[in-house]
Write a protein of this length. Sequence first.
Length: 480
Amino acid sequence: MNIENEKKWFIYVNDHHEGPFSVNELEGKKKTSSITDESYVWCEGMNDWLMISEVKELTVELKKLENQEFSAKATQAPAQTTFKKAPAKAPVQKESKKKSSKLPLYLVLTVFVILFLTLGTLSGLSRFAPESVHVKIRPALNKLTDKIPALSPLFHLMPSLSDLTDTDQVELEQALHSPPDAGVRITIALSQNDLNRPVFYVSTNLPDQTKFDVLLVGNPETLLNKLQYSGQNSVTTAFGLGKTETFLADGGQLIPKGEYQVIVNESSDQPENVRAALSSLPPVKPAQKLPNQASQVAHFVVTKTYFLGGPRDETYLTRLKQFHEKVKQNADREFLELKQYSDTLNLQFSTLTTEFNRIYQAKKVPPQLKAAWIKDATTWQQINNQLEQTVQTWSKETMDNEFFYGRVYALVKSAYESTKALFTLENGFVEKPVDHATFDVQHGKALSETRDSLELLRAKMDAITKAPKSQSGLPTREGL
């Protein structure tokens, strides 16, 4: 009997086996696409099922048949002859085959059940396990979904966070699951644990260990009992998820109640592998206008608006209106006070500079010029003593948080310090003239600094008078 006509090959099809078949018959099935080289076969003497491409004896015979041409009569005759020559062999082979096939089928079913149970357990843990447990299994889940992306829907790669709304939970998961080739996704969510002490979650499909800067900026017209607030925290993602520290005001105080804009952008301090990955990705543009405190050149920027510190109720609105009235009164008072400081400093600068130039140009100082200088210097000293006590109370914190025109108060302080230094230098020259060459360098620098600071102060005072009112009627600090 020719080996290609011997019926000894069984084929595994779906969940059962068929056969025995000869090599010729297998070749015919290949031509009709009933089987392929990846179909599993078995014959007596083999330990287990193997793909056709793995059985050397069979692949050699099939190759031979591909290179030969057989007539229909020659193909059918041996099959009939073989069947007649060994009528009892086929049933024996079938029985033997059935016994052998039980073990592979059993193993396949066992593996399938174990795999099903394992995936089911991991899926349940990913959805319902506490965050402490989720952190431990998350690396395995990420590796599994990286190798088999089709399994991603089975798992929650982000833990179920009890302090988030259902909507925020879904949005964070969507950003984390989103494939990077579909675009960069960065999502912000607010923890609901304590809205007076805000904490934010950041979720992204950017590479692991990406660092973000999270900036919280208050809308000045909505803040209660404060003129401004801004704070910044950094966060590093672990498997696409990060959480900020608590945002607080100076001294650990609660942030003022009101509307806030939270801005998230990538940090400049990134690991090298993350930096390289980020450079090739398209930018994410902010949905809202960024405040001055935010980076205007960041590659990835997302923003969101929240009302923090409690409900936006009638009590809040009433207190905010009262606060705004107080701010308007303080702003008017401050403007008059600043104008007085500005006018006084400019007058003293003009008077002292004029008197000093007369003395400086005289070869010998006449008594009347010196008397005039002493008189003006005495007046300045009295003003200086009053200003010195007042200016020392203007700390940076006070000017930033208590004064409406705090930046202009800072300019008054700078102009005063420059004027004081200039007078000290000029008065020393009047009392005891020194070498002109050495003095000219020091005096020219002091004179220039004083003139510049006073001109800047005058410009900002003009800006106050021209600044438009806000929607709520508050004076603005535009241009300051």
